[in-house]
Design a protein around this ligand. Structure first.
Ligand code: PLP
Length: 376
């Protein structure tokens, strides 16, 4: 937790649960990534946290934006982004959303199928398009592979087709999966896509952009390599495959920019030993799977928890949310331990929850309001 967030909690005693995001920390993360990878243009993945104060600060930092929907495009425009700085990066878009984006001046669109390419050609004639190639997501805690991307062979045919449809075949993209812990994943993906890039260029396609996606990890309960590890791996691979003839390089970080800038403070509703003969306690928090912690699905993202009793003796716990839903369990298999002194009414901080939490909160499941947010 940053000193600014700690001060905010001490001074304002906000109602719980809530998310507090330190915008200065977010800006530091943005600058650190830009310094580590100066050859890449940053398109912030808006879905990680689309709050207006975040978008406005990123506009001031001269970030570009990767939007998943027309609603996110509108949020970027409202925050002051120029339409030319926005990429419509979702490969699954309603025709209406494509047309609205086109009318708003957005001219860069992602696709991974012939059907989507035709939709773009019809509703955003002349637009720049890039094809998402399927790469391995091994090493990622939150994979994005099954649902998106096409093969190199199909990508080749689609990029040739794009020109014939009156579109501008602008580039290629991939995503190595979110919370990707291996720099080698980027190196392998760049190698795979670089071959297609060269092949298409030799066939006369005027490709100009390579989009490396997001995926850069942050420390949760487990540590991860520093950003320099990824920057070196990427730079090495780009140099090997493109030499001095580098296309425009795009990265689309979400988690890395806002994740560790946010803290969720929750309140313990109940600590129970439902089997008195077992040491396992069940700790029920006032936030769970439906309050925004969707990435605990499959215990994929394991948040670091902090309490005022830290340092004292601990025991094994299962951790769950407050709703009457059996799926509302955060951690049962990940060997979490919490202080034996922890009791109902205590605060539990979930660290590094600035990304992929606020907008995942349900509207009112079990009567609970969506997660309160404070941007400071
Ligand atoms: C979600 C997403 C990102 C952001 O990924 P992170 O792992 O948060 O950096 C980037 N690009 C696309 C296309 C995405 O869907």
């Amino acid at each position: 937790m940053t000193p600014k967030i700690a001060r905010f909690f001490a001074d304002t005693q906000p109602a719980l649960p809530c998310l507090v995001v330190d915008l200065d920390r977010m800006a530091e993360n943005f600058r650190a990534l830009r310094a580590a990878l100066p050859l890449a243009r940053i398109y912030y993945a808006v879905k990680a946290n689309p709050a207006a104060p975040i978008l406005e600060r990123l506009v001031r930092l001269e970030s570009a934006f990767d939007a998943a929907s027309f609603e996110e495009i509108e949020a970027c425009l409202k925050a002051g982004a120029a339409p030319g700085e926005i990429s419509f990066g979702n490969t699954i878009k309603k025709a209406r959303a494509i047309a609205a984006a086109h009318a708003a001046g957005v001219s860069l669109f992602a696709f991974d199928s012939a059907e989507e390419l035709e939709k773009i050609a019809r509703h955003a004639p002349g637009a720049r398009v890039y094809c998402r190639i399927l790469v391995t997501n091994e090493g990622a805690d939150w994979p994005l592979s099954r649902k998106f991307g096409t093969s190199v062979a199909a990508g080749r045919a689609l990029m040739l087709r794009a020109g014939a449809l009156g579109l501008d075949p602008y580039g290629l993209s991939f995503h190595v999966g979110s919370q990707q812990k291996h720099g080698a994943a980027y190196e392998a993906a760049i190698g795979q896509v670089a071959m297609l890039f060269t092949d298409l260029t030799e066939r006369g396609v005027d490709l100009r952009m390579l989009n490396l996606g997001g995926g850069f990890p942050i420390p949760y309960r487990e540590t991860v390599p520093e950003i320099d590890h990824f920057a070196h791996a990427i730079t090495r691979a780009l140099t090997r495959h493109f030499g001095n003839d580098l296309p425009e390089i795009v990265i689309e970080p979400g988690r890395f920019i806002v994740g560790d800038a946010g803290v969720v403070r929750s309140e313990v509703v109940l600590v129970s030993r439902r089997d008195p003969d077992q040491p396992l306690r069940w700790v029920y928090l006032d936030i769970g799977r439906f309050g925004g912690l969707a990435e605990t699905e499959g215990e994929a993202i394991r948040y670091h928890l902090a309490t005022r009793h830290d340092g004292g003796p601990t025991g094994p716990v299962a951790i769950a949310g407050p709703t009457c839903d059996g799926a509302d369990i955060l951690y049962e298999k990940s060997n979490y331990r919490l202080p034996l002194a922890l009791t109902a009414g205590d605060a539990v901080d979930l660290l590094a929850t600035g990304a992929y939490v606020s907008t995942y909160a349900s509207q009112g499941f079990n009567g609970f309001a969506p997660l309160a947010e404070h941007y400071i």
